[in-house]
Design a protein around this ligand. Sequence first.
Ligand code: ZN
Length: 543
Amino acid sequence: MKCYGYKDREGYPLAAWIWGHRLWAGQHWMEYLLEFLNVLAGFDYELGQGIKGASKKEYIRFARLGLRRFVFYDEHEKTRHPYDDEASRRLREALLQIVQTIDGNKQFVLETTRSLLRAFSAIEEQRSWFAKSLFPAHHNFLFWEALRRGATKYRGKSVPHDISPQELDAGITFDERNFFARGGELYYLMLSASTEKNQERRRFIARQLQHLLNDHNQDLGGLAEIIDKAWHSEGSSDKKGTVGWIPDPACPFYTIFTEDVETFLKADLDSLEKLDLLAHLIGFHVTLYIYHRAHPEATPERHEDGSCLDLCRLALLIDALEGADGGIVRGVSASLFREQEAHIEQKARDYVRQQVEAWGMKTKDYKDLDSMAQEHFNISALHGKTKAAFNRRVHALQEKFLHKEIDWNGYLNSYTELLTDLLLINFRKHFLGVHRKLSKSVGFVLPRKGPRARFVLGDNLLKAITLSNVAPGEEMSYDEFLERLYERYGLVVGLVQAKKSGLVNRQPINTQYYERNRTALLEKMKYAGLAIEYSDATAIVKP
Ligand SMILES: [Zn+2]
């Protein structure tokens, strides 16, 4: 299997073998953007780094402990720690030395500054201060998720007054590899892989993002820097990290993503809106990536020779009618959403079966077979009880084989079943939810909670997609635009696309619903200022 990035071992979980290392359901949707920008900035705004043969092997992980403690750590902290109390107190003292006021109310200045920065909080949820993030309004707002080891177990009450800043930071770690998700790294790799042969596009994207993060909101960036620099310790110095990896780097789907990003970055938008829409675009791309690779016709050979684009084209019906048709289109769209989920799980099952078949050709020894599987899927890393139960079942199966109750083929089939059951536990828990969470967060699927999830195009996503397909100053006929949505992403809106995708035959609904759907999306785009319709009924997309 061809892969692109940094692969440092043989064993990975099942999902990684199909979708790369790694996508993780626990990851917040905004983190894909944050992680991507962190990696890019950590490579000094260069794509294509961190892989074999590149000039930079590791990216810098910005620690910025001073800044994040100042913004996020307070008396409401769920992971209070005496060391962080002390560090916070010292940091504030240092800042009070710097602050200048006319009326002398320095505390007020600190509190106001803190509120201002806190307003940029991007990820809070129920997280501890070290895992919270700021919206990347400026380069200096970027920092890597951290972890305080044993934060909840600390029993000591008092902190020695002569303790060094270094000791206060000592338990904070930035390199718990399996703690962090890697979605943003994967996106960095997708853009890098697809621009190996297009250095101009690669440089353009990197430069635009550098500009976006450094030449806007400079006052805020300066403020963040002053605060961060007021805290010095060894522990607060920057760390280094290596990227994960993606499969089948030649897949043309990655090129679609880079083309989108290139066009999108040309849009004339306020810097904060641009970053927000980019986060939507990334979530949309990663969701499509999951579906593309889960397509029943997808194989490494087809990703490699580019035929996957046609053979694995998706057919995702966008429900633009929002129930105005009595829910007919919605019903079809919902069934297509469920189908994607079924494809994802089927892909995982198929992978295990193909793997076991291939190993079964190499060996007729059940012990060899088992150790190949154990290594390939890194089974030793699984939960103890689950692992023990699996090993017990495999042992019982081996007994049957030894007593000639089953032959080698029978053994392989039963072993495949046991292995699939084992691997699907983690797969369902940590991977299957990725597409649901992402697609719902970016407005690609509704409702956020509850049954009948179906494909839609929320306002922000619609704008991001439009700006990714129509450059500033350009225009496109509405029908050409719909055709593009189908050709590039497999989105079905009108009757033309429904026919091409075969949906008309698969889902026997009256064809007029597709026409109404087409009109409904146009109305939405007109309302959002993304399209214009002339009196002679010609509609053009012109953001
Ligand atoms: Zn492909």
